[in-house]
Design a protein around this ligand. Sequence first.
Ligand code: 0O2
Length: 217
Amino acid sequence: QTLDEMRALRDETERFLLRYKFGMDEVITKLSILREEFNQAHDYNPIEHISSRLKSLDSVVDKMRRKGVEPSFEAIRETITDIAGVRVTCSFVSDAYRIAELLTAQRDIRVIRTKDYIAEPKENGYQSLHLIVEVPVFLSTGAHPVCVEVQIRTIAMDFWASLEHKIYYKYDRHVPDELLEGLTDAARTAAELDARMERLHREVHGAPAHERRSSEV
Ligand code: 0O2
């Protein structure tokens, strides 16, 4: 490969990843607007925290290899839907669904896939609401649709998932059985906590504040 070819490849890689960053920025802006507007209009905050990450090219290539697909820009675009990832943490389960509804109702958002691991937790106990959405990014060359993965979960689900993730990688994906059982048990406790918190929240506010106020309008 010549130096010019290497530079061209580097530029193309940067351009490729930058689009995902822009898509991620669009989704973060939408969520931040919802958060601020909700706070102002209803004096209620359905979002506790928003974080984001762009997958590195190395882990994209690793994931392609795990899936048995030869990496090319085109193949990556079609296969990997979580290069851009946004995570939303809410206090209550009802807020997680509410945010998902408000985001996916926006007309420039196209829902590619939804996985509701809250309604149907994974076998290890993992809970979260996953949306793969496509959002247009407006560049000098026109509008480009970009895929963004949005994970919406409660604080308890997030606490569990971050510990599980660390353990999973510490044991290089082969977690001992007792630890797995401990994690599954902790996931049940987290789900119970969420249910209790939701009940308390409803007792104090009647229906969750957003439902109550929207029905008053
Ligand atoms: P990382 O390191 O967080 O980026 P996919 O191939 O991703 O399109 P998949 O695996 O069916 O298809 O997608 P799914 O189930 O929606 O999960 C995608 C992401 O959800 C994962 O990304 C994790 O971030 C999170 N996730 C899913 N299952 C678990 C789990 O059991 N524990 C924890 N802690 N997180 C989970 P990555 O790329 O696998 O990992």
